[in-house]
Design a protein around this ligand. Structure first.
Ligand code: S3P
Length: 187
């Protein structure tokens, strides 16, 4: 943790916003809304912006236009976010796999990764059908594989918060604490 705080001091960054990254089902949207409410920040969910602009659900975009088109829409939104202030940004689970996206978020936001084990994620998402990447015969296997591939990207966040052993309200409290700490360090 000290190393991460130290990194924030060494690299010139403007921490205006807070970005939540992490795998599907780790609670980014729920935690993001709570954090935004407490800080009186605007809440923005990249998936919602994409759906509103495309006039389609994520599922339809994947089915009709393919994942590459979706990733391109994600990339464009990330570029626009550099102009935001006082915003909590909840990101789609695959967004930080593009290293340019993560680098861009870090220029203006504290990047916090929410973490959970594959089993816990499966428990949280298995009743939902809106995530095209998990509409598979063996979703738990897919979660394990994707999480292993994505782990190195998620671990580049400034802060990692385990969401497994505590209620989301406490996770939100931890995220707010880290954000305030980063702002103090940075002043
Ligand atoms: C994705 C995660 C989803 C959504 C899309 C792809 C991913 O967002 O962006 O289905 O690649 O992990 P959530 O993490 O909000 O479910």
């Amino acid at each position: 943790m000290m190393n991460r705080v130290f990194n924030l001091m060494l690299v010139q960054r403007q921490i205006h916003n807070l970005a939540l990254i992490g795998f599907m089902g780790t609670g980014k949207s729920s935690v993001g809304r709570m954090v935004a409410d407490t800080l009186h920040f605007t809440f923005l969910d990249t998936d919602h912006v994409i759906e509103a602009r495309a006039g389609k659900t994520i599922r339809e975009i994947f089915a009709q236009q393919g994942e590459d088109v979706f990733r391109d829409l994600e990339r464009r939104i990330v570029e626009e976010l550099t102009r935001r202030k006082r915003t909590v940004i909840s990101t789609g689970g695959g967004l930080p796999i593009n290293e340019a996206n993560l680098a861009s978020l870090k220029t203006h936001a504290l990047v916090v990764c929410l973490w959970a084990s594959p089993e816990k994620i499966f428990e949280r998402v298995h009743n939902h059908s809106h995530r095209p990447l998990l509409n598979e015969p063996e979703p738990l296997e897919k979660i394990r594989r994707l999480l292993a591939e994505r782990g190195p990207y998620y671990r580049q966040a400034d802060v990692l918060v385990n969401t497994e052993l505590r209620p989301l309200r406490e996770v939100a409290g931890q995220v707010i604490h880290q954000f305030r700490l980063a702002q103090t360090v940075h002043r």
